[in-house]
Ligand binder design. Structure first.
Ligand SMILES: Cc1cc2nc3c(=O)[nH]c(=O)nc-3n(C[C@H](O)[C@H](O)[C@H](O)COP(=O)(O)OP(=O)(O)OC[C@H]3O[C@@H](n4cnc5c(N)ncnc54)[C@H](O)[C@@H]3O)c2cc1C
Ligand SMILES: COc1ccc2c(c1)CN(c1nc(C(=O)N(C)c3cc(Cl)c(F)cc3C(=O)O)c(Cl)s1)C2
Length: 466
């Protein structure tokens, strides 16, 4: 642990979710005084935690960030490896598609436990203080005054030298950015919502094969299931809100699942389906893009506050964790000079984060449009086959995104290039086959066109006899 810095600015982190909690360790490890403010109560003391998804897929980028603060082992030990996708077709057929080689797997991790572990890791630093029950109401960048609503509803004023906004997709810190000249902002809610259902153990064991990310791709509808340490699965149902709204009775819930996910009905349980479906309303999913991520040398946005994305690439948390790592690498390169690090962080990170936000949205649109189990299997097998044939030339996009720290925008650029090569290759094959086929036909045909017609007529007459 590094020595505390005399006279250095206090780093004020707003938001004690996954990214804010991790960032507290990153800044404390560098010796800064860290004050973290989180609106919710300490989830380590709370009975139930209302988060977003119950579990998440942790992959390479997120693991590298956790490794930097010595937390990778601890988190991975409590994760369940998912070595392949298991595609469930309507007929109930199950098709495994590996993510890659033996060491290429993703991990299903429990969100609440991950958040707790990261808060505890931050708290171990003597120069880090966690303030729960503190909701940021407003702040002014000029004088750095922050107004929080304290645990008892009282107003708490804080003077902040340096602010890190990790307060999620609906960030209050980001509101100040909207008043800055040349700040770009856009947000998109997609017409789909999601709902989580629990698949209990079956005779004390996992009801489905545990080391898989289970997917029921049904174009407009989709369900995925990730395993939990207690041998349950968290099933996430994705459906247009219009469809959610149409379902008002237990019988309608059952009809929906019998129609689209029949093999899951006995595993979730008909009664549980009818009950749990109405426990919570479907949740919305939003995509947020903004730039730059900083103001001057005194404020920076990270995580969903900077780049919230739809979950269809399993990268939101991984990207937010990587934000912390990229920022820290720049602090090393630029000697902790916020005046140099902040603009460089925006310059480097905005194109990458916006690339993965776009990719996640692209994947949502693609899966909604024409991805059923057959097409999904075909695409993934084609990816893996081409990668096997040309391992250094054809790298599947999800491999670059999920198993490397290739910059997101470079992975996207390479994917476009690879697609061009594949399309050209397919076109050339078609042309070659067409030319080859035509010349074969011509070679075996009679010489004169009228004879050709007579030949075709006799073939048609011959066929009519059957
Ligand atoms: C259905 C679903 C599935 C997902 N699956 C995956 C996955 O498999 N893999 C993956 O990598 N990502 C996944 N994600 C994305 C991931 O959940 C987010 O990217 C991640 O939680 C972002 O972390 P964050 O800390 O930036 O924001 P958040 O997790 O939203 O945390 C923000 C924190 O700030 C606090 N806060 C908010 N406002 C204030 C305020 N005014 N004052 C003080 N505190 C405040 C909140 O209480 C919260 O604790 C998924 C998301 C969804 C919705
Ligand atoms: C907890 O809620 C959620 C919700 C969605 C996700 C996750 C957790 C985890 N997700 C992952 N997605 C990839 C991926 O790269 N792609 C292209 C996929 C995208 C979709 Cl939508 C899918 F269903 C499978 C794959 C796949 O390839 O397996 C991973 Cl790799 S992990 C999506």
């Amino acid at each position: 642990m590094e020595q505390e810095r005399a006279g250095t600015p206090v780093v004020t982190i707003v938001g004690g979710g996954l990214v804010g909690a991790l960032n507290a360790s990153f800044f404390a490890k560098r010796g800064f005084q860290v004050q973290l403010y989180e609106s919710r109560e300490d989830i380590r003391k709370a009975k139930i935690v209302r988060g977003r998804s119950i579990n998440l897929a942790l992959s390479h980028r997120g693991r590298e960030a956790l490794k930097h603060i010595g937390m990778e082992e601890k988190i991975v030990s409590k994760g369940i490896p998912m070595k392949a996708r298991m595609i469930h077709s309507l007929s109930g057929k199950r098709s495994p598609i590996p993510y890659g080689k033996k060491d290429q797997y993703i991990l299903s991790v429990d969100r609440a436990n991950l958040n707790k572990e990261l808060l505890t890791a931050a708290e171990r630093y003597p120069n880090a203080t966690l303030n729960f029950g503190h909701k940021l109401l407003a702040w002014t960048i000029d004088c750095g005054t922050m107004t929080f609503q304290g645990p008892g509803g009282e107003e708490v004023q804080v003077n902040a030298d340096f602010v890190v906004g990790c307060d999620g997709a609906f960030s209050v810190v980001r509101r100040q950015f909207l008043r800055q000249s040349r700040f770009n902002y856009s947000q998109t809610y997609i017409p789909h919502g999601y709902m989580e259902l629990t698949m209990p153990p079956l005779d004390g064991q996992f009801a489905l094969a545990p080391n898989f990310l289970h997917i029921w791709p049904r174009n407009t509808f989709m369900m995925i299931a990730l395993p939990n340490l207690d041998k349950t699965f968290t099933c996430t149902l994705f459906m247009p809100f219009d469809e959610f709204d149409k379902i008002t009775t237990g019988e309608q819930v059952l009809d929906l699942f019998q129609t689209y996910f029949p093999d899951a009905v006995p595993l979730i349980g008909a009664d549980a389906l009818k009950r749990d479906y109405f426990r919570l309303p479907a949740q919305a999913m939003v995509s947020v893009k903004c730039s730059p991520y900083h103001i001057g040398d005194s404020c920076v946005l990270m995580g969903d506050a900077a780049h919230a994305m739809v979950p269809f690439y399993g990268q939101g948390m991984n990207a937010g964790f990587e934000d912390c790592l990229v920022f820290d690498e720049l602090m090393d390169q630029l000697n902790d000079d916020f005046g140099a690090v902040l603009p460089e962080f925006s310059r480097v990170r905005v194109p990458d984060a916006q690339a993965i936000v776009d990719l996640a949205m692209y994947n949502y649109i693609e899966m909604r449009a024409h991805v059923n189990s057959r097409w999904f299997r075909f695409r993934k097998h084609l990816d893996n086959f081409l990668h096997f044939l040309m391992p250094t030339t054809m790298i599947p996009l999800y491999t670059m995104v999920t198993f490397t720290r290739t910059r997101y925008h470079e992975a996207l650029k390479r994917w476009h290039w690879q697609n061009k090569v594949i399309n050209r290759g397919i076109f050339l094959c078609c042309v070659t086959l067409a030319i080859g086929g035509t010349s074969t036909v011509i070679k075996h045909l009679p010489q004169h066109p009228s004879v050709l017609l007579e030949h075709l007529r006799s073939r048609v007459l011959a066929l009519k006899k059957f």
